[in-house]
Design a protein around this ligand. Structure first.
Ligand SMILES: [Ca+2]
Length: 196
């Protein structure tokens, strides 16, 4: 759905006007048959702290549509480690949106203790902006990871101002293990969406 971003936003604005301020959500990445431009950055491929072996669309699990993005992660345990994927966004002005949400699935045989976190790269300086805390992920189910984008939101390591939403450059998602557990297996990401 990536190429449809701007068209959909125009549609959203029109439908919002029609629906008289009823809240709307927009799926911006659904991974239906392709990775939609998401990748593991080169620095993460070579960092000792980061471990994703590959990413690919998969029909093994899906929260939205028929497929999700499958990450094959390699988190060794015994040290902090993360699996990080990102995408430069096509629409940088997120002023209409108050929340960013993604669904993350861990297989039944995954351990407990893994967490997920959003990272946004924002502004002229491409500032790396992490969520304040990582959300626990549960084996065998989809977890909704959501963050508030509004000015003053305390979900981020600094409190966003009015400029925060006007200049979003990249979305990143990180699966983390803080010393434990070790995990070598799949994580599924789907249904990245923004809400009015
Ligand atoms: Ca999907």
């Amino acid at each position: 759905m990536t190429q449809a971003w701007q068209r959909i936003i125009i549609g959203l604005i029109v439908s919002c006007a029609a629906a008289a301020a009823q809240a709307s959500e927009l799926v911006i990445y659904g991974f239906e048959g392709n990775a939609e431009g998401w990748s593991v950055p080169d620095w993460a491929k070579t960092s000792a702290d980061y471990g994703v072996t590959e990413i690919a669309p998969s029909t093994t699990q899906a929260k939205e549509g028929a497929s999700a993005l499958e990450l094959r992660v390699d988190l060794p345990g015994g040290q902090w480690s993360g699996a990080y994927i990102e995408r430069q966004v096509e629409v940088t002005d997120w002023t209409p949106f108050s929340r960013l949400v993604v669904s993350i699935y861990l297989p039944d045989d995954a351990p407990t203790g893994l967490t997920g976190r959003f990272i946004l790269t924002v502004g002229e300086g491409w500032t790396w902006t992490e969520m304040n805390r990582a959300l626990p992920l549960s084996p065998g189910e989809w977890t909704e990871l959501a963050v508030n984008l509004k000015p003053g939101s305390m979900d981020w390591k600094f409190f966003p101002d009015e400029e925060f939403r006007k200049s979003v450059r990249k979305i990143g998602i990180r699966i983390e293990s803080d010393k434990e557990p070790a995990y070598h297996g799949s994580v599924f990401v789907d249904n990245v969406r923004v809400m009015e």
